[in-house]
Write a protein that binds this ligand. Sequence first.
Ligand SMILES: [Zn+2]
Length: 261
Amino acid sequence: MPELPDVETFRRYANATSLHQRIEHTRMESPELLKGTSPQGLGRALKGRTFASSRRHGKYLLLALDSGGWLVMHFGMSGELKYFQDRRDTPDYTRLLIRFGNGRLLAYIAPRKLGGISLVDTPQELIEGRDLGPDALELGEKEFIELAGRHHGGAKSWFMDQKNIAGIGNIYSDEILFQAGIHPKAVLGNMEEADLRRLYKKMRSVLRRAISAHADPERMPAGFLLPHRRQGGRCPKCGSTLAKSRTGARTAWYCPACQKH
Ligand SMILES: [Zn+2]
């Protein structure tokens, strides 16, 4: 599922391809992915406008319209963006196709139709409407320690709940806990402040390094757990066989030797 590093990569891609060009036409192939508007409403809001800038909050990408207002994209389980030249190259599972004045196209692709597209007046409207916590890369250390230190459930479930902190899902919660040497079920509220501080630093470094690798598992640093998260996978630090543990509907992968606490 696209998490913060993936969506940040999409944001940079949109910046590099799709800003400041007049939107000629939009075609919504899967209207059920629209929240709070219709294909016609979306078309009216976008036609003749340009995307002036972009923002990201957690796993949401926001594109600012030069007329005011924002187009919001969520990528569900496996969504992505593609900018291209020839309509015949339209990718499979394109749910929204935007055609610009220069003839180029931007496709919002969502194979499993689990994403979502909406319009908001301000980013705040999205954050409040979805009850999202602070973005994981915008949260300060003091605030992190305060929020996490109040939690009396497992560390992994705290990270994954977008109401606590926005942007981290199944994969990066495992990576952050692995890098910090903390068990996925450890209770944050029972930890020393020094441990929470270390966890905060690891959260930031994991997210930043994943962004530098364009969220591509094959380009992650050698010490990352991410490419080894599977049955029989081995810990890149000590070579132990990875273990898994269930947290709600999700499976946490961890190293039983390196993540004891
Ligand atoms: Zn290990």
